[in-house]
Design a protein around this ligand. Sequence first.
Ligand code: MV4
Length: 444
Amino acid sequence: MFRKVLVANRGEIALRIIRALREMGIRSVAVHSQADADALHVKFADEKVCIGPGPSSQSYLAVPSIISAAEITRADAIHPGYGFLAEDAEFAEVCEKCDIRWIGPPPSAMRLMGDKIRARAAMEEAGVPVLPGSSAISSEVDLREAAERIGYPIILKAAAGGGGRGMKIVRESSRLVDDWSVARAEALAAFGNPDMYVERYCERPRHIEVQVIADHHGAAAHLGERECSVQRRHQKVVEEAPSAALDEDVRSQLTDAALQAVRSIGYHNLGTLEFLLDADGRFYFMEMNTRLQVEHPVTEMITGVDLVREQIRIAAGQKLSFGMRRPRGHAIELRINAEDPETFAPWPGKITALNIPGGLGVRVDTHIYEGYVVPPHYDSLLAKLIVHDSSREAALRRARRCLDEFVIEGIRTNLPFHRRIIDHPSFQSGRYDTGFVARLLAGE
Ligand code: MV4
């Protein structure tokens, strides 16, 4: 097992990883920007290294500074968390070349899933359902042929896109070529890669993802699904497990497909397969995230598996510590952000008063404290409130109770927005899709 691990991240997830390391008897190294000198992840790590100024480009994304910090502190491995360098295959390779173990999947798998066209082909190869679509479109003739074959509406997607970036819906053939040109130019500007492909557009889908994990000894497992349809502009706001939209039959088809995918691409460590679920209950592969996800605690709450500990064990060459798990009860996660609850504008500043909810079945993953100053340089996630209870109804009541107890003063937060979501009849009933938040905001 590793003696010392460097955590290449900040905020709640850095703290989450440092906690796992401490429980495993592994020393932790925090890296931090000048803006994060007073951050909790720095306080709770065994060692700390300042790696640069506030902006992430000069700190949490600065590969040479992070590698130097690992070498100076003689860390055996790096855990990247989520965001920043977590899906950077090149960084993973640099780590391994410097004899620092990468706590994540093989760089080859990261690269495969980073190219949405190759990922789609690999899934089709593995027998995982994908929507009718194309490979890379290289000419107007290609484009027309694909669109006619698939039928409208279609969606144009960037090979280098993902997470909702670089997409365009086309509803009629008269818009096709113009939209493609614009999308292509946008993809080139945003990702340095103009490659596009086409899929049939699925209206009002649900976003359901499957947590998978595999060790280097041939063991692979899924840990059930997470329902992530409550999103605003491709940012998840609420996640829950299990999904209210799946019966046992579709659930087992979905998890079987995810597991089959993992085995077929030679994947190791933790990953998530994202699927669209259409109104008829059919599911289709969307993309695979080759990292620990923000919403991983939802799965931890219903399975009892410490996913970060498993990641570390797997990277150190150990076996999965569990067999297949029957999920228990229901978990809901609310992402609490420093933002205006009406306009969603980021709202950095000093937290002057704080009350964090607690009690049975309540978990709050956060790095904030009274007096903490939320810096302007990073994403607005302040805390994740995760509740667990025996049923969805009971978990909803617990979430509502915790929202009543949660007090954050001095800055604006989306706590009021969460109360609107939790109280909404569509959310209460479990019958919602990826258009739910937009309709809520439109007053429908
Ligand atoms: C789609 C789709 C409908 N049809 N693909 C958005 C994020 C990226 N992972 C892919 N996304 C979508 N792909 C086809 N063929 C609808 C979306 C989509 C979406 C997906 C999940 C969650 C929220 C969403 C919001 C808008 C669009």
